[in-house]
Design a binder for this molecule. Structure first.
Ligand SMILES: Cc1ncc(COP(=O)(O)O)c(C=O)c1O
Length: 387
């Protein structure tokens, strides 16, 4: 049988693979500390869970409109219109089975075979695969994304660009002047923009997260804002994400959804509505405070580790240190496997994010696990530096 060339060009998700390996070792009785998770280690807040239970009790368990229940779309349109000081209608909203699903459908709706799409580096693992799965060609800036890289990519024919702030894997939040530079450069081109804002509520700086639409509101026409409840409300397993885009882009992405998954889980949509309507604001703030404290803790501990350097992340729940052990020849896949097997600590290799030489450490873990995990990493690096 001849399989699809685009399907065969995909690489498996290293993050999911590594987390699975760590779980397997732990099931086999090894004491494994996982600092690899891309999800909050909290339970979904009770008021949200109860809204889901109510939905089951009330029999809200049939198919819904394939693009989402009107109540949720209205709440999302209203909340984001207020948040960004712009105007979106429910017809601009698509509710998907997680932000990943929205991203995949939006990409498929925007790309024709051979289209080039500019991806930031380091990038979230799924972006290049989504572009390739749709027949597109991911292209990358030489270093980090900046104004001249955007102009250069447009000159090479790029039709779209991904933005992701706070970033997975770096936790980077742009300054206002940096975001202005990006926004100005994109505004000079015809590129569409996917702004993956899934970590928008997890920032640890008072000034907040600047957004491309703050600078050039006319870009709303060709920007898809993607977010969801997974990270902010500890709802990764409920699988609800959403996007806001122009009605045509939304309509086409909605067709793809209608002919593949149909509606996202009805029960989860009612639970997500409770989240979007602010029924768990107190719990959300508590989780945020806890992530903030853990960010400070992990940075303090990492500062005492020889053999790596890092920038303090201003958002998300990741630190992305560069390994200094063998800078010319570091293979982070091998490094992370050895760290897992020898020291029992799971972290993700930077190669998965297009940044060989770095590792992604998640602080979505208890303070105790963070302390023990960084201690083991320190000892492991110490042994490597001294052999
Ligand atoms: C940058 C980024 N975008 C999107 C997603 C997907 O979120 P969801 O679980 O809602 O599909 C993730 C999850 O790890 C992510 O890190």
């Amino acid at each position: 049988m001849d399989y699809s060339r685009s399907a065969m060009s995909l690489t498996p998700s290293v993050t999911l693979q590594l987390s699975a390996k760590a779980r397997e070792l732990s099931r086999a009785g090894r004491d494994i500390i996982s600092l690899s998770a891309g999800q909050p280690d909290f339970s979904t807040p009770i008021p949200i869970a109860e809204a889901g239970i109510d939905a089951i009790r009330e029999g809200k368990t049939g198919y819904t409109a394939s693009t989402g229940i009107p109540e949720l779309k209205e709440a999302i349109a209203e909340q984001y219109s207020r948040r960004r000081n712009l105007h979106w209608l429910p017809s601009n909203v698509l509710v998907g089975c997680g932000a990943k699903h929205n991203l995949a459908n939006l990409v498929r709706a925007a790309i024709n075979p051979g289209d080039k799409v500019l991806l930031p580096r380091p990038f979230w693992v799924s972006y290049p695969e989504m572009v390739k799965a749709s027949g597109g060609i991911p292209i990358f800036p030489e270093e980090c994304l900046n104004g001249s890289e955007i102009r250069k990519a447009a000159g090479e024919g790029a039709v779209g660009v991904f933005l992701n702030f706070p970033s997975n894997p770096t936790g980077f939040v742009p300054s206002i002047s940096f975001m202005r530079e990006i926004a100005d450069a994109i505004a000079e081109t015809d590129m569409w923009i996917i702004s993956d804002d899934i970590y928008e509520d997890l920032a640890y700086i008072d000034s907040g997260v600047p957004h491309i639409l703050d600078f050039h509101p006319f870009l709303q026409e060709r920007t898809a804002v993607v977010s969801g409840v997974s990270k902010t409300y500890a709802m990764t397993g409920w699988r609800i994400g959403y996007s806001l885009a122009c009605s045509e882009w939304t309509r086409l992405a909605g067709f793809l959804q209608a002919h593949s998954t149909s509606n996202p889980c009805s029960i989860s949509q009612w639970a997500a509505l409770a989240a979007v309507e602010g029924k768990a604001t107190r719990e959300k703030e508590e989780m945020h405070r806890s992530f903030h404290m853990r960010r400070d803790l992990i940075c303090e501990l990492l500062a005492g580790v020889d053999g790596l350097e890092f920038k303090k992340p201003d958002g998300a729940f990741y630190v992305f240190p560069r390994l200094l052990t063998d800078p010319q020849n570091v293979n982070t896949n091998r490094f992370c496997s050895e760290l897992l097997f020898d020291a029992g600590v799971a972290v993700i290799p930077g190669s998965a994010f297009g940044a060989e030489g770095y590792i992604r450490i998640s602080f979505a873990a208890s303070a105790d696990d963070i302390r023990r995990g960084i201690h083991r990493l320190r000892e492991f690096l110490h042994r490597r530096l001294n052999t």
